[in-house]
Design a protein around this ligand. Sequence first.
Ligand code: DGL
Length: 271
Amino acid sequence: MQPIGVFDSGYGGLTVLKEITAKLPQYDYVYLGDNARAPYGTRSFESVYRYTLECVQWFFKMNCPLVILACNTASAKALRTIQQNDLPKIDPEKRVLGVIRPTTEIIGKFSKTNNVGILATNGTVQSESYLVEINKFFPDVNVFQQACPMWVPLIENNEQNSSGADYFVKEYIDSLMEKSNQIDTVLLACTHYPLIKEKITKYLPSGISIISQGEIVAKSLDDYLKHHPKIESKCSKNGKIDFYTTDSTEDFDNHAAVFYGKPVTSKHAEI
Ligand code: DGL
């Protein structure tokens, strides 16, 4: 077994895994949610980097030739250092990819006004990764960021349908739209946010496109595997998916179906 690793700080990456497995069902996957240390969005660079590296090393012990960081915060704060400094020392044959690059490569194509809004965690916003990366691919696009620190806790606590969620969705959407009324495309740059897409739609002015990352990341992984046959040939193909959490498996299994769309049975991972 040489599964593809899919990582998130908690449950959010399951929204990405769902799209990846729908597009590429033939591969084996192992999902790890670092629920014991989530959320990552409010943590320092140093902590997110250290936690993410520990989880990447766990994936390598699980025999994964390729790991996807399906977490924007980890992609923003840890991916580059892991790729440039750690991988050459740990195992230059292994690959670790994130979710920011595939999204920023195409986001400009969705906007007619060249004004894009980014909704993300504090950590992702502060890293400025989206500003830097979008500017590389679409220098004419203006990027407006809005940190939404209350959304992940609301979703993690299953409060996404409550009136409290309405309050905080409206607050952050209003704050984003105050930055520019020219925004015509909004990116959900956090893997949890697809769960509140309906509420986000409700509070955004009509006609604005809302982009989630799952399908974009799945398509990008498909392209990557086609262009990297050496890595592709290492990935085993039995259509098997294993779920792991660093916290309680009972909590994970009770919660995960909301994100993944079907029941999940997890095992505990000791990191
Ligand atoms: N999954 C993380 C992301 O996509 C957000 C959750 C967290 O703060 O840990 O940014």
